[in-house]
Ligand binder design. Structure first.
Ligand SMILES: Cc1cc2nc3c(=O)[nH]c(=O)nc-3n(C[C@H](O)[C@H](O)[C@H](O)COP(=O)(O)O)c2cc1C
Length: 125
């Protein structure tokens, strides 16, 4: 039922109400945006986020968790975030079930490498 309902919501581009959060995206230059893959696309809460928060001129790293078929999720995320600079992308296959520790290390290294790249870039400009 979860897959059926969730898959339908994702395909219909549903915009569920988000839980309140106390962060203002406009206060940040760099964002890491991640999602589970639902029906080969991003999960519905991101539809809400993308349609309610203006996300432009940011530096954004994108990531996803999936069960083995991520479809074209990164192309879709890049399209909806087209007025931003995409810093990198990475995916994890069911990280809570498979190689959790290795996936944690992979995620940390990826995030650290992106931050190092940004610092190096800022130093040279
Ligand atoms: C409604 C629903 C749809 C899903 N669709 C896909 C899919 O299209 N491709 C895929 O590889 N995994 C799919 N999955 C599996 C999840 O993406 C995967 O289990 C992911 O690791 C879940 O991350 P989470 O633990 O952060 O929710 C789906 C899961 C759900 C609940």
């Amino acid at each position: 039922m979860k897959y059926f309902w969730g898959g339908k919501e994702a395909m219909m581009k549903a915009k569920p109400k988000l839980l309140p959060f106390d962060k203002n995206i406009q206060d940040y230059d760099i964002l890491f945006i991640g999602t589970p893959v639902w029906a080969w696309t991003y999960a519905p809460p991101l539809n809400t986020l993308f349609s309610t928060c203006q996300i432009v001129n940011k530096k954004i790293a994108i990531f996803c968790c999936h069960g083995g078929n991520k479809g074209k999720i990164f192309d879709q995320m890049k399209k909806v975030l087209e007025n931003n600079q995409i810093l990198g992308e990475i995916d994890f296959q069911d990280p809570l079930k498979n190689n959790t520790d290795a996936n944690i290390q992979k995620a940390k290294k990826w995030a650290e490498d992106i931050m190092k790249m940004l610092k190096k870039y800022e130093k040279n400009t």
